[in-house]
Design a protein around this ligand. Structure first.
Ligand code: NAD
Ligand code: DAU
Length: 339
């Protein structure tokens, strides 16, 4: 099979490229990435010389570029990871989120319709369901939970999901959608909670916790997410949505303390800063459908995954130190300077 993976120079996309090359060496992977601030070509270094891998720098919103690529590659599948993915950035500047996450998805699917495809898979998020109240630990997001978004980011992802369903119903495009909870692991850009806290702790800088840090996220090791997508694109039913998560709810403050403890740094580094606007309270996925229909279960326990992750950041300082030495400094100052 020939599989186009968009956004493969980012966090989850690159982990998926590595997973696929190892699990299915017979399949060719074509990675399409615009290389925004979040995309890093050095991440893909281990596969750049692989004859079953090709990297193409392109924008998924660029219709002509997508058509040329499909002409050349005649892909069997497209797995769309490409997105603007950071909630905080979407609050500051929503427009690029609408372009990439909505228009880009439409352009990709139009191209799939034009050239034919066995499967178009949309990598979506649990954030499309909005949030759950803190005082109802019995509630979980199922695939039937109504879409009810909070941020420009989640609204753009929900819009894309609606388009994907519409292309299936209207044009019969063979689609699937996965909605995953928060990922952590190697190669995550250090503007997201876990790598940011690791990097700041190592530099003895303040750890900016939004509000009291009581918000809950449902954390999944990135490789488990990649395994789930791999199963969905090969065995999942066309036209279906699959939630992905591992029942691992944690409060932000507890994760931050755990990181400080592992690194032997003092809790006095924790700095409570102004809360995120519209901050979702709790996410919690019910993964019963993907478990019962496709046999998927998460394999990495959080206690092991977080150690692997911290150790990865300790052993790969050059990867993230280079990232945070450039334009990121301006972002950090703007985001946290007067908070
Ligand atoms: P990321 O920000 O690390 O990577 C996104 C990648 O997409 C980057 O390589 C970037 O260069 C590329 N990209 C951005 N705009 C593009 C465009 N117009 N054309 C081509 N490439 C473009 O994101 P991530 O955390 O790896 O998330 C990947 C996908 O998974 C996203 O769709 C996101 O919504 C979804 N998701 C993420 C999480 C999570 O916890 N990170 C959880 C659930 C779902
Ligand atoms: O749930 C899936 C989503 O998880 C994905 O769709 C998004 O692409 C991904 O970025 C992630 O969104 P979050 O907003 O949950 O992730 P983030 O790492 O930005 O924040 C996690 C929690 O930590 C959230 O409650 C906000 C808080 N936080 C975050 C940062 C960056 C802080 O307290 N301080 C911070 O500096």
């Amino acid at each position: 099979m020939n599989i186009i993976v968009t956004g493969g120079a980012g966090f989850i996309g690159s982990n998926f490229v590595f997973y696929e090359r190892e699990k299915h060496p017979e399949d060719r992977i074509v990675c399409v990435d615009k290389l925004t601030y979040a995309g890093n070509l050095s991440t893909l270094e281990p596969v750049m010389q692989d004859p079953m891998f090709r990297f193409v720098k392109a924008d998924i919103c660029d219709r002509a570029a997508m058509e040329q690529l499909f002409e050349e590659e005649k892909p069997d599948m497209v797995v769309n990871f490409a997105a603007e993915s950071h909630v905080d950035r979407s609050i500051e500047n929503p427009e690029i989120f609408l372009e990439t996450n909505i228009i880009g998805t439409a352009v990709l699917m139009d191209t799939c319709r034009k050239y034919g495809i066995k499967r178009y898979h949309q990598v979506s998020t649990d954030e499309v369901y909005g949030d759950l109240p803190m005082d109802r630990p019995d509630l979980f997001f199922t695939e039937e939970t109504p879409l009810h978004t909070s941020s420009p980011y989640s609204s753009s992802k929900a819009s894309a999901d609606l388009l994907v369903n519409a292309y299936h119903r209207t044009y019969g495009l063979p689609v699937s959608i996965s909605r995953c909870s928060n990922n952590y692991g190697p190669y995550q850009f250090p503007e997201k909670l876990i790598p940011l806290m690791i990097a700041n702790a190592l530099a003895d800088k303040p750890l900016p916790v939004y509000g009291e840090g009581l918000n809950i996220r449902d954390w999944l090791y990135v490789e488990d997410h990649c395994k789930a997508i791999d199963i969905i694109i090969r065995e999942g039913k066309v036209g279906e949505v699959y939630n992905i998560g591992g029942h691992n709810e944690m409060r932000n403050i507890d994760i931050v303390k755990l990181i400080l403890d592992y690194l032997g740094k003092p809790e006095s580094l924790i700095t409570h800063v102004t809360d995120r606007k519209g901050h979702d309270q709790r996410y919690a996925i019910d993964p019963a459908k993907i478990h019962s229909e496709l046999g998927w279960l998460p394999e990495t326990m959080f206690k092991d995954g977080i150690v692997k992750t911290i150790e990865w950041y300790l052993n790969n300082k050059s990867w993230w130190e280079e990232i945070i030495s450039g334009e990121y400094q301006n972002y950090y100052q703007e985001m946290y300077g007067n908070r």
